[in-house]
Design a protein around this ligand. Structure first.
Ligand code: SAM
Length: 299
């Protein structure tokens, strides 16, 4: 069913529904690079498409949530991108409200619009028009480091979660260690100022040529990862992706590392402080996902 018209709220809100998506905001704003990324790589990370279980395994391992049996619950997915996790959330049987800041949500709507239990919106985590305590579960993976204020994003997600509800998120980890992938921070002052179309075109040209060389370098014992960090290339040689998918993932994730406006990692103690300040006693923070994963039950 394709919803069109307007979405009205009891508090007087009136938002257009366009293409089956409630538009609480209408432009891509600072997430224009993600709109571009997810329109260029619509299916790349869908397990069914790349014939792996990478996304499913990450979802199950990092959230601890079940793959099914959540009928009757209401889940909020914040920052859905192209919607690979939306598909898994749809499979839980819960009702899912899935949104992204940018028009990337159109890609997810295209891929997941046939699930009767999923609704789509374009909205900002930092300005969600949802009442306090609306959701049984809040899922937000791969997102809050790309907002201008990760701590405020945590607070906003916590606000819309009901007492006793489950929050699951991840965030880039600022661990103070020298890590090969951190060389992106040397390049980002240049790449974030580039025209994103040009950057993506360059990577589409360069990565397929560079990837075989990068793979040889990264296989050198001990030093390989550091030598391979000089030129950023997100290389998935260690996965069971097909060769063509390895190239697509490398282009996609190198762009994902170099292009976004915001890339704000946080420390483990900051994440623990977020939970404690919000009154959580039942929570855990572990390394995983895109850095640190936080799971908690709202008091
Ligand atoms: C790296 S992508 C992750 C997408 C998806 N969660 C996944 O893991 O496949 C980050 C997404 O967060 C979205 N995003 C960034 N800031 C946001 C905000 N303030 N509100 C909602 N979404 C936001 C971006 O538009 C982008 O699609």
């Amino acid at each position: 069913m394709q919803l069109e018209g307007n979405c009205l709220s009891a508090s007087g809100g009136d938002w257009p529904i366009d293409g089956g998506i409630v538009r609480f905001r209408s432009s891509d704003g600072y997430n224009a690079t993600f709109a571009k990324q997810w329109k260029a790589f619509q299916l790349t990370q869908y397990d069914e498409y790349n014939k792996t279980a990478l996304t499913r395994n990450r979802f199950l391992k990092e959230t601890g949530w079940p793959a099914s049996g959540l009928d009757g619950q209401l889940i909020l997915e914040a920052g859905c991108g192209a919607g690979r996790f939306t598909r898994l959330l749809a499979g839980t049987g819960a009702k899912v409200l899935s949104f992204d800041y940018s028009s990337a949500v159109e890609v997810s709507r295209e891929q997941n619009g046939s699930f009767p239990n999923v609704a789509f919106a374009q909205a900002d985590i930092l300005a969600m028009p949802f009442a306090d305590g609306s959701f049984d579960r809040v899922f937000c993976h791969g997102v809050i480091q790309h907002t201008p204020d990760p701590a405020a994003a945590f607070q906003a997600l916590n606000r819309v979660l009901r007492r006793g509800g489950l929050l699951s998120f991840d965030v880039y980890h600022r661990d103070g260690r020298i890590r090969p992938w951190k060389s992106k921070y040397l390049w980002r002052p240049i790449t974030t100022r580039m025209n994103p179309d040009r950057l993506l075109s360059f990577l589409e040209w360069f990565i397929p040529k560079w990837l075989p060389i990068d793979t040889i370098i990264k296989r050198i014992p001990l030093l390989g990862n550091y030598l391979g960090a000089v030129i950023p290339c997100w290389n998935y040689f260690f996965t069971d992706l097909e060769p063509a998918d390895k190239v697509r993932w490398a282009i996609m994730d190198t762009f994902d590392a170099l292009a976004p406006t915001y890339d704000l990692p946080v420390t483990r103690s900051e994440v623990v402080k977020w939970f404690r300040s919000a009154g959580y006693t039942n929570f855990e923070v572990h390394e995983g996902g895109t850095g640190l994963v936080g799971n908690g039950t709202k008091p």
